[in-house]
Design a binder for this molecule. Structure first.
Ligand SMILES: [Zn+2]
Length: 211
C-alpha cells in the first residue's frame, strides 16, 4: 500500500505527489517542478534517506526543474526516471518549454538514470509502480499506476485533457491515450499534473473527451 501526499509547486502549479510505501517508507517524488518550502517539509518528514526515485510524467520544465534539487538532498542516491521518448525534451530548453514560458533554460540539465517504456515496473519497497505510456501531450508522456492511484501527468485532467499544441504533441495519440486510460478496469483516484484531483469513474461519466 502507498500513502500519497501532494502539493502544488511552481508558477504553473504542478501537482507534485510524494508517494510512500506504507511498510518500508520507501518514497518516490513525482514531478518536482520546483522544491518549494512546503514540498521540502513534506519530504523531510518522511526523510530524504527514504527517497529512491524522482519520477517524471514527461519532460516539460514545469514538471522537472526541481528534480536535481531532490537528488542533491538525497546525497545523489535518488534515481531520476522518465520515458525514453521524452529524454530529448530534457536536453532541449525549447522542447521542454523552459525558454518559451520563462525566457530561461532549466536551472541545471536533468540527466535521467532510468529510461522507462510502456509496461515498465518500478519497485518501491513492497509496492509496484506500473508505467503506462500515454503519448500525445508529449511523445514520452506516461501515467504512473500504483494501487488505486493513477498519476496522469498532463494527459488526463479533471474535466479536461493536456494541451496538444506544443512542438512534439500529437492530438491523435492523445485521443488513443485517453481511451487507454478509460479502458483500465475499475475505478482509480486520479492525480493529474495540474488542477483538481479526480476519479476515473467521474471522468468516464463527465469529461468532455469521454463523450
Ligand atoms: Zn506538460
Amino acid at each position: 500500500m502507498i500513502e500519497v501526499k501532494y502539493t502544488k509547486v511552481g508558477d504553473l502549479e504542478v501537482n507534485c505527489c510524494v508517494i510512500t510505501d506504507s511498510t518500508t517508507k520507501k518514497t518516490a517524488v513525482i514531478d518536482p517542478g520546483e522544491v518549494s518550502e512546503f514540498l521540502d517539509y513534506i519530504i523531510s518528514e518522511i526523510g530524504y534517506d527514504n527517497v529512491e526515485y524522482v519520477l517524471l510524467t514527461h519532460g516539460h520544465f514545469d514538471h522537472v526543474d526541481g528534480a536535481n534539487d531532490i537528488v542533491k538532498k538525497t546525497n545523489g542516491k535518488a534515481k531520476i526516471a522518465i520515458h525514453e521518448d521524452d529524454v530529448k525534451l530534457l536536453a532541449d530548453n525549447h522542447l521542454n518549454l523552459s525558454i518559451p514560458f520563462t525566457g530561461k533554460p532549466l536551472k541545471s540539465a536533468v540527466n535521467p538514470d532510468i529510461l522507462l517504456k510502456d509496461g515498465s515496473e518500478i519497485t518501491l519497497g513492497e509496492s509496484t509502480i506500473k508505467v503506462m505510456h500515454t503519448p500525445g501531450h508529449s511523445p514520452g508522456s506516461v501515467c504512473f499506476i500504483c494501487d488505486e492511484y493513477i498519476f496522469s501527468g498532463d494527459t488526463l485532467f479533471c474535466m479536461a485533457a493536456g494541451r496538444t499544441d506544443f512542438p512534439l504533441s500529437n492530438n491523435r495519440k492523445m485521443m488513443q491515450s485517453l481511451k487507454k486510460i478509460a479502458n483500465l478496469e475499475g475505478d482509480y483516484k486520479v492525480y493529474p499534473g495540474h488542477n483538481d484531483i479526480t476519479t476515473l469513474d467521474y471522468e468516464r461519466m463527465n469529461n468532455p473527451y469521454y463523450r
